[in-house]
Write a protein that binds this ligand. Structure first.
Ligand SMILES: [Zn+2]
Ligand SMILES: [Zn+2]
Length: 252
């Protein structure tokens, strides 16, 4: 029993970590740009020093391992010990609904944990590392401390237990979050029409402003919590419209 559970954990960890690493490097290579002269760069004229780029890549490889441990622990508790809310019977609707439910739950979890990490008590020791990447690049998404991971990414352990979601659907949600987070740090607006204000979907500009202005734009997927709580930066909608326009006319 113990050996079987350990094997189950190690097997899950190997698959999840391999997937997160592959997606990290594939998406990072596609969206990494540190050229300060790019016409469609959100913060023109600025580049992240090379030492910081390497710092972010090395730290991300470590952080992705801890995220994989948390996801795998949740999977063991759910699948081997049958703890928590069991997934709805499989159908197109249950997959779709549980995916949307998980998006909303994660957005809420991340928004409030992230605000907590920006308080005086926690910021310096736990969250500051992530904010040292200015401007952020695609590789910066997972550059954070272990404690930061425990606050923001423990969702991927808890979600197995608190939502009626199948582990595979949760993994797909994690991969969606992974890709959108990497693009969200890329420093170039890739959002397109789906993020045009007042769309509820987050854009690259949204998180770029978080790094730049610090006390605003805390959510990962949607602008809803930021709009409701008054934490959306006051220039967000206007700047996003401008960045989307520049994206369509990069030569200008
Ligand atoms: Zn932050
Ligand atoms: Zn960030």
């Amino acid at each position: 029993m113990i050996f079987g559970t350990l094997l189950f954990f190690v097997g899950t960890f190997a698959v999840v970590y391999a997937l997160l690493l592959i997606v990290y490097f594939a998406t990072g290579l596609l969206f990494f740009s540190n050229d300060p002269a790019r016409a469609d760069k959100i913060e023109p004229g600025r580049a992240l020093p090379d030492a910081k780029v390497w710092r972010d890549i090395k730290q991300s490889v470590r952080s992705l391992a801890s995220i994989s441990v948390m996801f795998s622990l949740g999977h063991v508790l759910y699948s081997r010990f049958h703890i928590g809310w069991m997934a709805w019977p499989t159908s197109i609707w249950s997959v779709l609904l549980s995916f949307i439910l998980s998006m909303i739950a994660y957005d809420t979890w991340f928004y409030w944990m992230h605000r907590l990490l920006h308080t005086k008590r926690f910021y310096r020791r736990i969250h500051r590392w992530h904010h040292l990447s200015l401007p952020s690049v695609a590789w910066s998404n997972n550059s954070d401390t272990l404690l930061d991971n425990l606050f923001l990414q423990s969702y991927w352990l808890a979600a197995h237990l608190i939502l009626p979601i199948a582990p595979l659907v949760l993994l797909v949600h994690k991969l969606y979050d992974h890709v959108s987070g990497i693009i969200g740090h890329s420093g170039v607006e890739h959002g397109g029409g789906i993020t045009y204000p007042p769309s509820p979907f987050n854009s690259v500009t949204h998180h770029d402003q978080h790094h730049r202005y610090f006390n605003c734009n805390y959510s990962p997927h949607f602008t809803v919590w930021d709009r409701l709580m008054g934490t959306l930066h006051k220039t967000h909608d206007a700047e996003l419209k401008d960045n989307l326009r520049r994206r369509r006319m990069p030569a200008g």
